[in-house]
Design a protein around this ligand. Structure first.
Ligand code: GLN
Ligand code: ZN
Length: 768
């Protein structure tokens, strides 16, 4: 029996990679320093895994920005617009690479970056390969070869990781018409052959092909391409050992296909889909090794050894120990690096900490599972098993986790809790009577610039340099300025500005029971950007009101309507590490009830317009279409519960960024928010067509300007977009607002842009 790892976090334990890259981009350090930091991280990671006792240690899992982009560079899939960057004399390969990732605006060049999108259902974002008709590939970057050699020099015969050819193509985007990306396989395979030849010559024994698409819905044709591809690779490389890695979902109806491909080992995710073990054991060909992904690569909980050992035993009984490997469910890049860095007991209490395992701990767990499933586990291993059982039992029974009144409240949820008192047409009338808003009412999405000053107050408070009262005075003054200023420019529905919030999930997590935080639990989101998701460890409840103070204060400053601002239950769930001892839906309902209470408290405090942001509802969609309905059912219900407690004349808004509403427009309608604001400006209102075709009945604010850039739009651009909007949506349903919150913008551009936006709305009204 062997242990293996599929990938290790590459940001560095202290986010060294982030720091050096950002310094390099700012011109503060040289590229050699970037390479040196990268090398250190790789060596450290390999050493950690070796010391832990991992038999097959991955290489090429490291990346300076993104592993999909690494592959595009490796295959020479470099869009033409980067040619000049390449040709510039003193540019290194890494400059081309970063130009593809981030765009290049230097020395008279102005080249845009490649597109970025989410890596399956994770919060990691990859750079989307661009494919053109007759796309050619050639071996360009030899990073994978260098890293294999580098590990070998340290005495480690690593297992190079490649995204499998089929998944690589499916991850990309066709940038022109007239071809299918999957047909590029014949051009691509010779490059894989080049790489495999080089690796084989250097002494590689195992190659890991990541083929996560084997866990998704595949067309007939894609299945056929899988068969042909691996048949051909096998034929060309009879001596190399192939590991086919699948993760994030069950193989499902691809189980037959995946087990029939001519590889030496197959990896399956038994955390996400434990039930697939039986079927795969049945289907596995006589000599194939099965790698059991039993340690969760996507979450922070300690492994349940008893449960894992049972799965391992079952596989051993059927296949024999030689054909069983132990592994994490997927690459560990989705886990924080090291629990040992959590030294502050006030941030993460020892009781909760004993339930957790980050990447470094997870590789040890894998090694320990191997010792424990051997014939005569030593005393030390036995002792650790007892410790694991103890820790997991303490979690199961902890009073920190279980609150019977919360559980009971979820059980008691009634259909009517997810129901507003009246249907939308009647609510609309009552809201109009009370709110008396004009057509093309103007508003913003919530946040105003989080200036360096605002952020400095928060850090001073944290350091103890100012006290809570002083901090509150600053926030109150900033809020007041924002309110006055919104009145002056004539916005119809005001916001308080969210100055008191660091992050739209953390702010709520910090006040809800059942959440905890880490000091250093960073996970790569994209490139140098890392996030530190809160950990939901227990039943969630709201000890006291979370936003009423600031919203009520802001309302007291104006006679205009002040919009209350909340993050929705699905988004809070989606952007946290969630507990694994109950279904996500259950946790989501608990959060929904907490938000519902907040909504009701806001209403009581006189806030009659309340926005519940749900930007993450789309990204929570399961990978398999067959699972969509179930998810959408509870996700929509959670939103409706959070909004369902108010009077008819209280107007509920929701907000969603990120496009692609096509698949879920029915569910968006089912959420039944009185008003939805969406991001549409960059698509020139095209995204609104989905709503128009659906005859979306409630009100909509299609974003009229892009908030991702400092560029100030003028009135005419916005009236142009609004005219496009009114061509497909009746005036009586339209709102006027930016695409999203303005926290990343400066005040200067924000003021100018919103002044123009108000003028655009007025012009529209004049034409009614
Ligand atoms: N209310 C939040 C803000 O304005 C919404 C952010 C988001 O949708 N991502 O910042
Ligand atoms: Zn948004």
């Amino acid at each position: 029996m062997l242990t293996q790892n599929l990938g290790y976090p590459r940001i560095g334990g202290q986010r060294e990679l982030k720091k050096v890259c950002e310094n390099y981009w700012a011109g503060k350090t040289g590229y050699k320093n970037v390479l040196a930091v990268g090398k250190n991280i790789r060596h450290e990671n390999w050493q950690i895994q070796k010391d832990a006792g991992i038999d097959l240690i991955p290489s090429n899992d490291f990346s300076y920005y993104d592993h999909v982009l690494d592959h595009s560079l490796m295959f020479g899939a470099i869009p033409k617009r980067y040619n000049e960057v390449m040709l510039k004399q003193d540019n290194e390969e890494i400059d081309l690479y970063f130009a593809m990732a981030r765009g290049y605006q230097k020395n008279g060049f102005d080249v845009v970056a490649m597109e970025m999108t989410k890596w399956f259902d994770t919060n990691y974002h990859y750079i989307v390969p661009e494919f053109y008709k007759n796309q050619q590939f050639r071996l360009f970057s030899q990073k994978i070869v260098h890293e294999f050699y580098e590990a070998k020099q340290l005495g480690i015969v690593s297992k190079p990781v490649l995204i499998g050819p089929v998944s690589y193509l499916l991850l990309g985007k066709e940038k022109e018409a007239g071809f299918e990306k999957i047909d590029l396989i014949k051009n691509l395979l010779p490059v894989y052959a080049d790489i495999l030849t080089k690796l084989q010559d250097l002494g590689a024994e195992w190659i890991q092909f990541d083929e996560p698409f084997l866990s998704l819905d595949l067309t007939e044709k894609e299945q056929q391409v899988y068969r042909n591809t691996y048949k051909q690779l096998r034929k060309e490389f009879p001596r190399l050992n192939f590991l086919l890695a699948t993760y994030f979902e069950r193989l499902g109806d691809n189980a037959q296909l995946a087990t029939s491909l001519p590889v030496d080992a197959l990896h399956i995710d038994l955390v996400r889909a434990p039930q697939q073990l039986d079927e795969v054991l049945e289907l596995l060909p006589a000599k194939t090794i099965l790698s059991l992904g039993v340690v969760d690569g996507r979450n922070v909980w300690k492994n349940d050894f008893e449960q894992s050992l049972a799965a391992i035993q079952k596989a051993k009984d059927k296949l024999g120990a030689d054909r069983v490997w132990i592994a994490p469910s997927c690459s560990l890049i989705h886990s924080p690096c090291d629990l040992k860095s959590e030294s502050n007991n006030d941030v993460l209490t020892p009781e909760i900490k004993q339930w957790l395992a980050f990447a470094k701990q997870k590789v040890s767990e894998i090694a320990l599972l191997k010792s424990l499933s051997g014939n005569a586990p030593g005393v030390n291993a036995q002792y650790k098993l007892a410790g694991n059982i103890h820790d997991n039992t303490s979690r199961k029974t902890s009073i920190l986790i279980h609150n019977s009144s919360i559980k009971q409240r979820v059980v008691n949820i009634k259909e009517s809790d997810a129901q507003r008192k009246s249907s939308f047409p009647s609510r609309k009338q009552q809201q109009q009577a009370l709110l008396n808003l004009p057509l093309f009412a103007t508003t913003t999405i919530g946040s105003f610039p989080q200036t360096a000053e605002v952020r400095s107050w928060r850090s001073q408070l944290k350091k103890g340099a100012i006290n809570q009262a002083q901090y509150d005075l600053h926030i109150a003054a900033e809020t007041e300025k924002a309110v006055k200023w919104q009145e002056e420019i004539g916005l119809d529905v005001l916001v308080h500005g969210e100055f008191e919030r660091n992050d739209m999930v953390e702010y709520f997590g910090g006040q809800l029971a059942g959440f905890t935080f880490t000091q250093n639990g960073w996970v790569q989101s994209y490139g140098s950007r890392c996030v530190k998701p809160p950990i939901i460890y227990g039943d969630v409840s709201r000890p006291e009101a979370m936003t009423v103070k600031w919203s009520a204060y802001a309302q007291s400053l104006t006679n205009k309507w002040m919009k209350g601002m909340l993050t929705g239950p699905v988004t809070i769930l989606q952007w946290s590490f969630v507990r694994n001892d109950q279904p996500r839906s259950e946790t989501c309902m608990q959060i929904a009830l907490a938000i519902r209470d907040e909504v009701c408290d806001l209403e009581k405090a006189g806030i009659k317009i309340i926005q519940i942001d749900e930007p993450a509802i789309r990204e929570g969609l399961p990978l398999r279409k067959a699972d969509w309905a179930t998810y959408l059912d509870w996700a929509v219900k959670a939103f409706r519960i959070s909004a369902g407690g108010v009077q008819d004349d209280t107007q509920i808004h929701t907000h969603m960024c990120y496009s692609e509403f096509n698949d879920i427009i029915q569910s968006i309608a089912d959420m039944d928010a009185d008003v939805i604001t969406i991001e549409t400006s960059r698509s020139q209102m095209e995204l609104l067509d989905v709503f128009a075709d659906f005859k979306y009945p409630n009100e909509i604010g299609p974003g009229v300007y892009d908030i991702h850039s400092p560029r100030v739009p003028n009135k005419d651009e916005m009236t142009h977009l609004l005219k496009k909007a009114r061509a497909v949506i009746p005036d009586s349903q339209l709102w006027v607002n930016p695409d999203c919150g303005l926290k990343t913008r400066g005040w200067d551009e924000t003021k100018k842009a919103l002044t123009e936006m108000v003028a655009a709305a007025k012009e529209m009204r004049a034409t009614v």
